[in-house]
Design a protein around this ligand. Structure first.
Ligand SMILES: [Zn+2]
Length: 373
């Protein structure tokens, strides 16, 4: 049963990752992440340089969103158990990262202890933090209540209107709301999708590490592991839709969308309910690339909450309430438990069916793309 690959908790997962990587003779390393609550937060990584002439670097990152590390760590476990031995390492280097947000993994939340969504925090130049997301600020003003959560239906959801096939909050459609708020903002952690004011410790260290190994290689293939958006039990490959982070030839060589339909669905950022983010991990590779390097970076998103309008709405409601409660409290402990449990399920469904689907899809994807490199 593939469900066996899933970790029980942060500590067990971390120890297992290190043991496995060492047994496979990786160069391992750890970055200690300072915490107010914890003294045992580490990001662990493993690197196997190409054995002969470096050509392609495969980077697989997990746990940038804390609760999603259960799936990410399980995939890395499967990769080292089943896939690694068949990788032709003559020309390929492999770099794996376990739990980019160890606080979030340990405490079951998306963001860091400081409330930063690390997947909005990547800016090598620092220019990103100066940007203003006016639409996000305006929508928070209008729809986000800054008081304790008193119900399992957020204020936003209570202002719903159905017009034709679409859901509206006042004159804003659900898709507009998602595409305005989800890309990120740099004002503060109380609002959704806060990207920080500067590089976070692990973001900075990851950039330095990638900067040191990336120049050796011609091609860089980056896979960032997530769970949440999309149809339940289905793997979605998300891209920004830009040629910069997706070299068309390299992408076409590795990903045969029609042939691979049994394994994943390719979902451009413009799709309803999806969006393009600012400061994503994948943008780091573009910022660091030399002119002749070819980059192919993909977000692998294992769907948990479904893609119908109702399900998207339910997903939004759940993350809104969880976030609001974190900053403004919950009216009762019971309500808090119910909302947090429900929200955790959106990152990590507690069914073997889902766990098996995650492993089957990622196994299939690795087997195919590694054959095509
Ligand atoms: Zn995620």
């Amino acid at each position: 049963m593939d469900a066996k690959y899933f970790p029980k908790n942060y500590n067990e997962s971390r120890n297992h990752f290190r043991e496995q990587a060492l047994a496979l003779k990786a160069q391992i390393g750890e970055w200690k992440i300072p915490g107010q609550k914890d003294d045992d937060l580490y990001v662990d990584h493993a690197y196997w340089p190409a054995l002969e002439k470096p050509q392609t670097l495969l980077v697989v990152t997990s746990g940038i969103h804390g609760s999603e590390t259960y799936a990410g760590a399980a995939i890395l476990n499967m990769f080292m158990t089943e896939i690694f031995k068949n990788v032709d390492r003559k020309n390929m280097g492999v770099f794996l990262v376990h739990a980019l947000n160890p606080f979030g993994f340990k405490h079951h939340q998306r963001t860091t202890e400081a409330g930063v969504n690390l997947n909005r925090n990547f800016s090598v130049s620092g220019e990103l933090y100066k940007t203003k997301n006016e639409d996000s600020a305006r929508l928070h003003q209008k729809f986000y209540s800054r008081q304790p959560v008193t119900s399992d239906r957020s204020d936003l959801i209570q202002s719903i209107e159905i017009k034709g096939d679409s859901i509206y909050f006042g004159d804003i459609s659900l898709d507009q709301f998602t595409k305005s708020v989800s890309p990120g903002q740099f004002d503060g952690p109380e609002n959704l999708e806060y990207g920080g004011k500067a590089l976070e410790p692990q973001t900075k260290l990851l950039i330095e590490k990638i900067k040191s190994i990336m120049p050796l290689y011609q091609d860089v293939v980056g896979l960032d592991l997530h769970s949440g958006l999309g149809d339940k039990n289905r793997l979605h490959l998300l891209t920004s839709g830009s040629d910069h982070d997706l070299h068309p030839e390299l992408f076409a060589k590795l990903f045969h969308q029609k042939e691979d339909h049994d394994i994943y669905a390719f979902t451009p950022a413009s799709t309803e309910g999806f969006y393009q983010v600012k400061g994503a991990l994948n943008s780091m590779f573009v910022e660091l690339a030399m002119p002749k390097q070819r980059i192919c970076t993909i977000t692998m998103e294992f769907g948990t909450f479904g893609h119908s309008l109702d399900e998207q709405l339910e997903g939004l409601n759940s993350s809104l309430l969880s976030h609001q409660g974190r900053y403004y409290g919950f009216a009762t402990k019971e309500l808090e438990n119910k909302i947090q449990k429900n929200n955790f399920e959106k990152s990590y469904p507690q069914t073997d069916e889902w766990r098996n689907a995650v492993i089957a899809a990622s196994r299939g994807l690795f087997e195919r793309i590694l054959k095509r490199v």
